[in-house]
Structure formats: structure tokens, C-alpha cells
Design a protein around this ligand. Structure first.
Ligand SMILES: [Zn+2]
Length: 198
């Protein structure tokens, strides 16, 4: 829980603990965030249920609603393809989280109402806002890695996509990126390890 990072019974960050647990840049970023002024305790909430409590009924309702059908980031067949990939479950889960834009890049975790350019800039190149699209496909560091991959891909030549479209592209790299079918498993493994490393 976040409140374990505060000095006990206060709303002040425990700077020593934060610096012990996080990289320097992340610790600086956390310590610059405003801490909440209220005294409400942290609690876990399942937002699809009105009472905040997880239930199968609310999950079924969420998944079968027309709204949820339209917000899935990649087509249903891509999920089946992803889970059938010859990858470690940990890497499949990573790809799943990326498709949902659910990794803690700076744009996704910024709490400030008016963040500075520096607070949002990419941790690797500092030249652009740190979105997942940038971090994995637009950043010059990522692009160098893709160019050095066995498939020598230049993603900077491709039109910009949202992160779900990028994952769709990775999952269908055979036809969409004109990779020979036999190279596809190696390509997916390379992509997953690159994402994990960045
Ligand atoms: Zn970058």
C-alpha cells in the first residue's frame, strides 16, 4: 500500500525508504508528488461493482456489456493467439499488460495536474513524453534495438499507432511486417524480451 511509504501517522514521504526501494529518478519523482491531505485509509476497490466488492456477476456484466466490447485494445482472436504463444507465462502477461496500456510509464502514473515536461519525459532518451508507444517503439534506444534484431526492423518508418495496434502488429508480424513464418516465434520472443528489458 502507498501509505507504507509515508512516515507513520503522517502524510510525509519516508524519503529514506523511498530511496531504498526505488531507482534514483523514480524516487525523485515520487518525492516530488504531492501526498494526499485527507486521512482516509487506503483500500482496494473493484470499480465495476457499485459496492466496490469483486463478484463474478459484476465481472460477467462488465465483459458482456457493449461498452467493454468496444474498448478491448486488440481483437478477441489476438488474445487467443497471445495465450497460445510458445512463451513463458510471465512474458505473455507482460504483452497483455502492454496491450492494455497498463504498465507504469510516466504518462500513466503522473498524478500531478500540471506536470512539467521533465516530469513526463522518457527515462531513456529524455526527448519525448514517456508513453508506452514511445518507450517500446518510438524511442531512439528502442529503435536501435529493433534495428539490431535478427529481423532488422525500422519502426520509425511506420505510421504511428496506439499501443494496442502495435501489439496487434507484433502478434501478426508474419503478414504485416513480411516476416517469414518460421521466424515469427523467434521474433515474438525477441519482442517480449526487449519489452521486459526496457
Ligand atoms: Zn525515449
Amino acid at each position: 500500500m502507498v501509505n507504507s511509504l509515508f512516515i507513520s501517522s503522517t502524510h510525509f514521504w519516508n524519503a529514506g525508504l523511498v530511496r531504498d526501494l526505488f531507482e534514483e529518478a523514480d524516487a525523485d519523482w515520487i518525492l516530488n508528488c504531492c501526498s494526499p491531505s485527507g486521512s482516509i485509509e487506503d483500500k482496494q476497490i473493484w470499480t465495476p461493482a457499485s459496492k466496490g466488492t469483486f463478484s463474478l456477476k459484476s465481472t460477467y456484466k462488465l465483459l458482456s456489456s457493449p461498452v467493454s466490447q468496444t474498448v478491448f485494445p486488440i481483437p478477441a482472436e489476438d488474445w487467443k493467439k497471445l495465450w497460445a504463444m510458445p512463451l513463458q507465462d510471465r512474458l505473455k502477461l507482460l504483452l497483455w499488460k502492454i496491450a492494455w496500456n497498463a504498465l507504469p510509464c510516466k504518462i500513466n502514473t503522473c498524478w500531478s495536474a500540471s506536470p512539467t515536461e521533465q516530469e513526463l519525459s522518457c527515462s531513456l532518451c529524455h526527448n519525448a513524453p514517456e508513453t508506452l508507444e514511445h518507450l517500446f517503439f518510438g524511442c531512439q534506444i528502442a529503435c536501435m534495438a529493433w534495428m539490431e534484431s535478427p529481423s532488422s526492423l525500422n519502426f520509425q518508418d511506420l505510421p504511428s499507432c496506439n499501443i494496442g495496434e502495435w501489439i496487434h502488429l507484433i502478434l501478426h508480424a508474419g503478414p504485416l511486417l513480411h516476416l517469414p513464418l518460421r521466424e515469427h516465434p523467434h521474433f515474438i520472443l525477441f519482442a517480449a524480451i526487449l519489452f521486459d528489458s526496457l
